[in-house]
Design a protein around this ligand. Structure first.
Ligand code: ISC
Length: 453
């Protein structure tokens, strides 16, 4: 809640009861260079709900305050979020251009049985907000949208935040704020424990119960100074321009943030885009070394098997929704510290669908879960010594038409009480070597860890 500006929460925030509230939204195009938009102002303070979402291809959302909140747990959480949101969106009058429409932004925990607790205090098994103040930036412009229970409230909020944004310093320059520094680190998983964990998975693969599982580790980083999460995200933008970036901060608890490379799903009308991303090698010191790593990965049966399992599962999950399904050629996703095998997948839907139906069908893909899904989850639960919380789960936005986009919340960490807890995992298949898998996991801690040092 943004107490400083009297921005109260307008809809109920308990897990499943959102009273239908008739909301009104207002919007205005901001006449400013994007470098000068003071998005940092919307993200400051840790007693307000704050969200930030950016795609590699240009959409940026920055939101503050809660006009409506949807939350749910349990196996039907996707449906319950959709039902709660439909009630609010159906009664929401939007007076403005299409890019500036109100959106619900949030995400899910990896598993539906998740209970919020440190470091995930404040993070339900599914939670979305329609922000009171939303800044939307696309290649075509920047808009400010406000939502309130009455037109005069939305109007007032629009005036107030237009003035504030014009008066405050730019977020881009906040990227130069110093990194907090690392005082010490603690692992959930020693090298020996990791070997045991991978061996357990390999035994289950050998006896036919399991084909693939993605096992993860957590790394707790105690910071020397206070972390400026928006500034950290801004530095991540420079290092990883072709990744998503997100931040979710609640009124209580920590701030979850990251720079994931993986799209879970984007839906606009009847067009859907997704991808398989699995198989990782390091970057080289030179372009020739980069290519050597890639050639090794392309030629390696283990990597190809690990990747194809993801392609096959996505194809299978999307098929019931699709009139057409196109699996493109495998390519390489090259990031600053790591390279992945990637296969883009597109579909034309067979009818009217909500993006959350697709999110539910796809999550978890075997890029973060495994094959078969139940045996993979059992192995994760039996062997991982920590809760995944929102790591490796869908995070993104949807609108009143059921369009939206979700990333997989990888290369991420949750900042709470002077500590950032990072998460990273790797796919285990027959022939996986515990030592090599360990090295690949460490590469995936680097995007966030490098920005904290
Ligand atoms: C599970 C993670 O990465 C996934 C995405 C790309 C490559 C992966 C791999 O090589 O195993 C993983 O499937 C992570 O970053 O924590």
């Amino acid at each position: 809640m943004d107490r400083s500006s009297g921005e109260g929460q307008l809809a109920a925030d308990s897990a499943s009861t959102v009273e239908p509230v008739d909301l009104v939204s207002r919007s205005r195009e901001l006449e400013c260079e994007d470098d000068h938009v003071a998005v940092g102002a919307l993200l400051r303070g840790d007693t307000a709900s704050r969200i930030r979402w950016a795609t590699p291809d240009g959409l940026e959302l920055v939101g503050r305050g809660v006009a409506a909140r949807f939350a749910a747990g349990g196996p039907d959480r996707f449906d319950r979020i959709r039902t709660q949101a439909s009630r609010v969106f159906d009664a929401l009058a939007h007076d403005g251009p299409e890019p500036a429409r109100p959106r619900a932004v949030g995400g899910f925990s990896f598993h539906d049985g998740h209970e919020p607790g440190p470091p995930w205090t404040g993070f339900d098994a599914a939670a979305f907000v329609v922000p009171q103040v939303l800044l939307t930036r696309t290649d075509d412009g920047t808009w400010l949208t406000t939502v309130g229970t009455r037109a005069d409230e939305a109007d007032d909020r629009l005036e107030r935040w237009t003035d504030r944004l014009a008066a405050l310093p730019s977020n881009r320059s906040s990227g130069s704020a110093p990194a907090p520094g690392v005082a010490s680190t603690r692992r959930t998983t020693s090298k020996a424990a990791w070997s045991d964990q991978v061996e357990t998975a390999l035994d289950r693969i050998a006896d036919g119960r399991l084909t693939k599982v993605v096992l993860a580790q957590a790394l707790s980083v105690d910071l020397e100074g206070a972390i400026d999460v928006p500034a950290t995200l801004e530095r991540l933008r420079r290092q990883y321009p072709n990744c998503y970036r997100f931040l979710v901060g609640r009124e209580v608890g920590g701030t979850f943030f990251g720079a994931p490379p993986e799209r879970l799903v984007a839906k606009r009308g009847n067009r859907v885009e997704t991808e398989a991303l699995a198989g990782s090698v390091p970057r080289g010191e030179t372009p020739a070394e980069d290519r050597e790593h890639v050639e090794r990965m392309r030629a390696d049966e283990k990597f190809q098997h690990e990747h194809e399992l993801v392609v096959d599962a996505i194809r299978e999950q999307l098929a019931p929704f699709a009139r057409e399904l196109t699996v493109s050629e495998q390519t390489i996703r090259r990031l600053a510290t790591i390279q992945h095998l990637q296969t883009p997948i597109e579909a034309i839907l067979d009818g009217d669908r909500h993006v959350l139906e697709l999110v539910e069908a796809l999550h978890p893909t075997p890029a973060v879960g495994g094959v078969p899904p139940d045996a993979a989850w059992e192995t994760i639960r039996d062997t991982e010594p920590f809760g995944r919380g929102w790591y490796a789960a869908p995070l993104g936005w949807f609108d009143g038409d059921g369009d939206g986009e979700f990333a997989v919340a990888l290369r991420s960490g949750v900042a709470a009480d002077g500590t950032v807890t990072l998460f990273a995992g790797n796919g285990i298949v027959a022939d996986s070597d515990p030592a090599e898998e360990w090295d690949e996991v460490q590469l995936k801690f680097r995007p966030i860890l490098d920005e904290l040092r």
